[in-house]
Write a protein that binds this ligand. Structure first.
Ligand code: ADP
Length: 262
């Protein structure tokens, strides 16, 4: 009798202890998430301040009437426009990150023809590639598919192709391969660009992390592209890896299960 009573008390004690431990863990996780969110918003406002400061500076100079030369004035106006475009891109990426973070993802899953999507992406990026003197090649297998949200797949491919152009060299090349392999859709984007130092390869997926901040900014980068790609991929239980050699180029490999499962 006493034995039973003690056993029950002991089990109750163990249950309370487990609940307390779980509450501690939850609390710790919430604090960590809060810290990460705060850090993200601090970084985001810092990033937004840079174009705002530039725009203000140019506007004040134009207003002061100190600039008489018409060409210089036009140059300043085009810089203002460029900074405003950069702010637009930053805001769009910041909103995308917040949306992904809040798990407010309602994918419209459909059969995405990856080869067609790559052709469309190449068409979109052709003017930018021409300007950078970079040639794009698509060696994907016709009929390559994945069941996913079209917009998500577009985001992944566009980010990788855009980076492959942005961090390339004059007369550089970008090769894109997609195929279905062992129940997964595999996408490879390879470039002949500047490459990434080995020690930085894992860090480039962090928000706002850039190997060369100056190059990223002048070419219109926000520092959020790869973190968005990684976040989308985790939703589809997909993976991304990078192989790179400084000075000779990079290859990004994405793998996503062909069929979406939640
Ligand atoms: P960004 O807008 O700066 O390009 P990303 O998140 O897309 O931001 O990429 C993070 C960083 O990773 C870039 O700033 C760049 O330093 C590096 N990076 C990404 N893709 C490539 C690439 N194909 N070749 C070399 N460096 C790259």
């Amino acid at each position: 009798m006493i034995n039973d009573f003690l056993k029950k008390r002991f089990l109750r004690y163990l249950n309370i202890k487990k609940t307390l431990r779980e509450m501690d863990e939850l609390n710790e996780r919430l604090l960590k998430e809060k810290e990460i969110r705060q850090e993200f918003f601090a970084n985001a406002s810092h990033e937004l301040k840079t174009p705002i400061t530039s725009i203000r500076g140019y506007a004040e100079l134009l207003e002061s009437d100190m600039i008489k030369d018409e060409d210089t004035k036009r140059d300043m106006i085009s810089r203002i426009k460029k900074e405003a475009d950069h702010m637009n891109m930053l805001i769009a990426d910041i909103l995308e990150v917040s949306k992904l973070e809040s798990n407010d993802i309602r994918p419209e899953v459909m059969r995405v023809d990856v080869n067609l999507l790559i052709e469309d992406t190449m068409e979109t990026f052709k003017p930018r590639a021409d300007e950078a003197q970079v040639t794009l090649y698509n060696y994907s297998k016709p009929g390559t598919f994945v069941y996913a949200d079209y917009g998500h797949m577009d985001e992944i491919i566009s980010n990788l192709v855009s980076n492959a152009i942005r961090y390339n060299r004059k007369n550089g090349k970008v090769w894109i391969y997609a195929s279905n392999e062992g129940g997964r859709m595999e996408l490879r984007v390879r470039d002949t660009g500047i490459g990434i130092p080995k020690s930085e390869c894992s860090r480039i997926f962090e928000r706002f992390y850039r190997v060369d901040k100056g190059r990223s900014r002048v070419t219109g980068g926000t520092g959020l592209g790869l973190s968005i790609v990684k976040h989308i991929l985790s939703y589809y239980k997909g993976t991304i890896e990078v192989n790179s050699k400084t000075g000779s180029g990079s290859e990004f490999i994405v793998r996503i299960p062909e069929h979406y499962e939640r």
